[in-house]
Each structure stands twice: as structure tokens, then as C-alpha cells.
Design a protein around this ligand. Structure first.
Ligand code: SF4
Length: 466
């Protein structure tokens, strides 16, 4: 969205309404909303998320040995405590911040009071700023990360894509593919936060070496290969991306369902599609049986199927399609309804399809149940996939990067973890079959028509795809 606004020379779009939003059954809607608020406050992860926000993930990932560090060369970052949610809250947070009406208030206002970055104040940061510019780029200086978070917000740069480009550059520097003559005299040693700040400014103004990084990590790798006279495949290998979209800072080796989710995500390596966090929480021992998932909004029938297929074991390749598809469909509806995903089972909170169904029913007067809600998500996801297929995406685009298959984690609790190609192939087959798509990942006419999407299948047929 930022790039499109930039191309149109738009700063923002403000919309103001004067009419009322009418509800079919206002008192029922309010009763469900109050009940949901209470359920959120009682949920097991509520306190952590409301106190620390997503930065709590630094400690969780570090504990698991799965905090992507030094451009994914290891899951261990020895100074993780310096960039953790706990450090943010104890030293820099002034107060917590909520979106309108949200009881979770996961964000913070922060202030740096002393040192090189004294006077830095802003809002956030999310885990992705701390993980992306922190462990991925080897920076353990929290005030620098807060300054960088502000800078990205002001420049309109996405912290995930920007930190991916810079992490790649630092990796190429480490491997002596880049030198001072390439970077305009900037040293790209791990942890050099001053260099990161300079590169972000260059990227936003398309100047200097930042111009090369400004279009994202994959294009940067190709450009650098051409400049250095190296084979493009050699530098593309470094880039952690799927479908050209750099991954958010989440380790996949040792979490097979999460790997599948990143591979098949329609937007690319994306944590906001099917990201199977349930696998991680189950491995932390938070859930032991299907009934435990009901308190975080997962319909019992679905949770039972996860246990029957051993889907929650991160090391097992079975049943992953069930987990990923549930999340994809749920997230598609959450996006359509304007619901924050943090309030769902994705972050151990109870805003699941049953609450969504009750609220949509009260709002519209049309009877919904959780199955119908998830079917709405399935329809949305099939349309997204059909669009992707139109642009040429096939099975080969649903694989996560080669490095996850070739480079085992070298240390820590997950030492030796690596993805196996045969297992990934099987998970992908299972996923396509459960989706009702072909082995090439193309939605079939039968599936599309069963979802009342005949016009989409007609379109694919006209284009010679079906
Ligand atoms: S709506 Fe979501 S992002 Fe906003 S405060 Fe609540 S949990 Fe956080």
C-alpha cells in the first residue's frame, strides 16, 4: 500500500462519515461484545500480550533457540535479553497504547532518556522491528532499535522488508562479496546501527548504496550479482523470501507447519496468512488436549482433528494442512471484518469463528455459524489463489527458500534442525488435496463452483489455465 500511495504521490486518505452504523440487533451485539471482552481478559496469554505486546516474542523465540539471527545463520542471539519485550517495558515504555476500544492495548509509547539516542520517542515497536533490525542484523542496542523504528515509520518503510534488505547486505559483507568500494564507504559489520540508519535514509531517498537495496532483498541480490559479475543464482540463494516477498523474522526449521504456512501464503513469506503458531504454543506445553483450545476460540471439532492427525507436533509433517488452512480461512475473514488477528487463537486469545459468527449475525440479522464464517474465508482464499495463478504462480512458487533445506541450525536447543524436501513435498500434496486444488496448486472448477465461484473458474478457463 505504501508503494502505491508513493507512486500516486498521496500522503494519506482520510474518510469521515456522518451517518450511523445500524445493527440488526444492537442489544445482542453489545452483549456478545461484552462477553468477548471478558473472555479476552481471562485468556491465559492476555497478561503477557497486554503488558509486553509482540516484543515478548523475542524472549519466546530465544528460549526455543529459534530467534533468526545474523540473517538466518543461527537461531541463537546471545544478547536477546537486551532487545526483549521485558527490557522495552522496564526501561523505555512510558505507558501502553491501545487501538480504539481494544482491551489488549498491546502497543507502547516509549522514550529514550539518555545516551546517543536520547530524546527518541515514539509508538511500538512490534517484534518485527526488534527481531528484524536486532537479531537479524546483530544489533543489541535497544535505543538504536527504537530510533530505527521511528525512522522507518517516518520514512514509510516496512520494517520487515527494509531489515531483510539490510540483513542481506550485512551477510554479503560478512562473506566478503561486498566491500567499502560497493557501499560508498559504509562498513556493514553485524551490529553497526549507525550504518543501518544511513542505509534507511539512502533507501528512502534512492541514493547511494541504499538505491540498490530499496526495491527489496531479492531485487537487491540480483542487482549486486550483476554489478559484481556473479551468477544471479549464487546471490539469490542468500535471500529468505517466498514469491519475492522477504520473510518476517520467524524461524521455520524445526516447525514444519509454520514452514508450510510461509511457503503457501498468497502474499509471499507472510506471517499474516496461515502462520501455524498453535504448533509453537503446543510445544511450549500450553495446550494438552482438544478442549484446551476451546478457550482460545477454536471449535472443538477442529481441535480434535488436529490431535487425531498429530498436527500440533512441530517435528511431525502430518496434519499440517489442517492447521494452515484453518488459520488462512480465519485470517481471511478477520481481514474482511476488520478484526485484529492478535485477538484470535493466533496469539492465544479467544476471538474465534464462533464469536465472529455471533457478532455478524447480530450485526446483519443473517444467521451465521462458525462453519459458514470459515467458508467465507475459504471463498476469499480461493479468489486470492486464483488471482495468483492468473499471474503464473504454480507449485514451484509454494516452496520456502533453499537455505532452510540445506543449512541446519548450528547451535542451541534446535541444533541440527533442517527441513527435508520429501517431507515438504508430502505436506504440500496434503495441503493441495485438502484445499481441493490440483498438484500444481490450481483451484479446480469443482472446488470453485462448490464455493459459488463459477465466474472465477470461467475466468481461469478463458485464460487456458483450467
Ligand atoms: S487491536 Fe490489535 S494491535 Fe490494536 S491494541 Fe488491540 S491487540 Fe493491539
Amino acid at each position: 500500500v505504501g508503494a502505491i500511495l508513493g507512486a500516486k504521490r498521496l500522503k494519506a486518505i482520510a474518510v469521515r462519515g456522518t451517518g450511523e452504523i445500524s445493527l440488526a440487533d444492537p442489544s445482542e451485539f453489545e452483549a456478545v461484545a461484552v462477553e468477548l471482552h471478558e473472555a479476552i481478559r481471562k485468556a491465559p496469554f492476555y497478561r503477557q500480550l497486554s503488558r509486553y505486546g509482540t516484543p515478548i516474542l523475542v524472549s519466546i523465540f530465544s528460549h526455543l533457540g529459534a530467534l533468526p539471527s545474523y540473517d538466518w545463520q543461527t537461531g541463537v542471539f546471545k544478547e536477546a535479553d537486551k532487545i526483549s519485550g521485558e527490557t522495552l517495558v522496564s526501561k523505555y515504555s512510558v505507558k501502553s497504547k491501545a487501538c480504539f476500544g481494544c482491551p489488549i492495548h498491546c502497543s507502547h509509547f516509549y522514550l529514550v532518556r539518555e545516551g546517543e539516542y536520547a530524546g527518541t520517542m515514539g509508538e511500538g515497536p512490534e517484534y518485527e522491528a526488534l527481531g528484524g533490525f536486532g537479531s537479524r542484523c546483530g544489533v543489541s542496542n535497544m535505543p538504536a532499535l527504537l530510533y530505527i523504528n521511528n525512522l522507518c515509520n517516518r520514512l514509510g518503510l516496512d520494517v520487515i522488508q527494509a531489515s531483510s534488505s539490510i540483513g542481506l547486505a550485512m551477510h554479503l559483507w560478512q562473506d566478503k562479496i561486498l566491500g567499502l568500494e560497493d557501499t560508498g564507504g559504509l562498513s556493514l559489520e553485524w551490529g553497526n546501527h549507525q550504518a543501518i540508519i544511513e542505509l534507511l535514509k539512502q533507501m528512502a531517498s534512492r541514493k547511494g548504496f541504499g538505491e540498490i537495496l530499496a526495491d527489496g532483498a531479492l531485487k537487491a541480490a540480483r542487482k549486486i550479482a550483476r554489478i559484481k559479475g556473479l551468477p544471479e543464482e549464487k546471490l539469490e540463494y542468500y535471500v529468505i523470501h517466498t514469491k519475492g516477498y522477504a520473510h518476517s523474522n520467524v524461524e521455520l526449521r524445526g516447525s514444519k507447519g509454520i514452514a508450510l504456512a510461509y511457503g503457501v501464503a498468497t502474499r509471499g513469506g507472510d506471517h499474516l496468512r496461515g502462520h501455524a503458531t498453535q504448533e509453537r504454543y503446543a510445544s511450549l506445553g500450553l495446550y494438552k488436549k482438544p478442549e484446551d483450545w476451546v478457550m482460545v476460540g477454536v471449535p472443538l471439532e477442529i481441535a480434535k482433528a488436529w490431535y487425531e492427525r498429530n498436527a500440533l507436533d512441530p517435528k511431525s509433517p502430518t496434519g499440517k494442512a489442517l492447521l494452515v488452512i484453518y488459520n488462512e480461512n480465519l485470517f481471511a475473514v478477520a481481514d474482511a471484518l476488520g478484526i485484529c488477528k492478535f485477538a484470535t487463537s493466533w496469539q492465544n486469545l479467544p476471538f474465534g469463528p464462533e464469536y465472529m459468527a455471533k457478532l455478524v449475525t447480530a450485526a446483519t440479522g443473517i444467521k451465521y455459524d462458525w462453519r459458514k464464517i470459515l467458508e467465507c474465508g475459504e471463498r476469499i482464499y480461493n479468489v486470492e489463489k486464483a488471482l495468483q495463478v492468473r499471474y503464473g504462480c504454480r507449485r514451484t512458487h509454494d516452496y520456502v527458500p533453499q537455505r532452510f533445506f540445506k543449512e541446519p541450525l548450528p547451535e542451541g536447543p534446535r541444533k541440527g534442525e533442517v527441513l527435508k524436501r520429501e517431507e515438504y513435498d508430502r505436506m504440500l500434496d496434503e495441503y493441495y488435496e485438502a484445499r481441493g486444488w490440483t498438484k500444481e496448486g490450481i483451484p479446480t472448477r469443482e472446488k470453485l463452483e462448490s464455493l459459488r465461484l463459477k465466474e472465477v473458474s470461467d475466468d481461469l478457463e478463458r485464460r487456458g489455465i483450467l
